[in-house]
Design a protein. Sequence first.
Length: 272
Amino acid sequence: MDTLTRKSYELRRDIIEMIYNSAAGHVGGDLSVIDILTTLYFRVMNISPDNREDPNRDRFLLSKGHCTDALYCVLGEKGVYDKEDAIKNFSSFGSRFIGHPNTEVEGIEINSGSLGHGLSIGVGMALAAKMNKQTYRTYVVLGDGEMAEGSNYEGMMAAGHYKLDNLCATVDLNKLQISGTIEQVMNSGSLADKFRDFGWNVIEVSDGNDCGQLSQAYALAAAYRGKPTAVIAYTRKGKGISFMENQASWHHGVMTAGQYKQAVKELEEVLR
């Protein structure tokens, strides 16, 4: 197992601990997106605890903000704050580690989770970098369910129009949302084709839970000139826990003690 993949499974262990302790969170989406976040934070982006005030640091926006549990674990592992604080206090009374990203937490660029807004904000940040001749890149992670929000398409259109090649959007395409499949709830068809129609470079990652494939995609995105890039990552909801994988019921599920023990056992077996 390579270092990045191991890191993603160690973070899955943290996510399971956080969600079991709090009896809250969005575990299915956390487990589908964690490989994307791990690859971005530990291989791709110019973001560290030491450059939080640097105007040329990269920007990261989690548009699918209900999966902030995964982001809190990643930022803690990155050393932005004490990870154990986040794991123990997630969603507890008075905690800053609430169920959606908020700027009271170090390393969070925007409050998000009102779905469909992250891409448009990312367009503004990328356009500002162009206007101010700054070198940072902006990365936005979206859920496939939130692509039913019309504001995304305004953002896509603007990004293509302004040729924002310093913007990279990733769609965590696990094909499930809170009440069923994407096709059942609101069929968006081919998201890759839609991004292309709005003037984006599109990279499709057949296994969006493979850190190696993701790393290659982000390297290609950073090298591409003249268009923003959309990485369409085909993931599995609940990836890494057998009884959660591809189950819409685990969009916002609460584990029993037995399920928690099984989840920990499965992850520890992978990490041996």
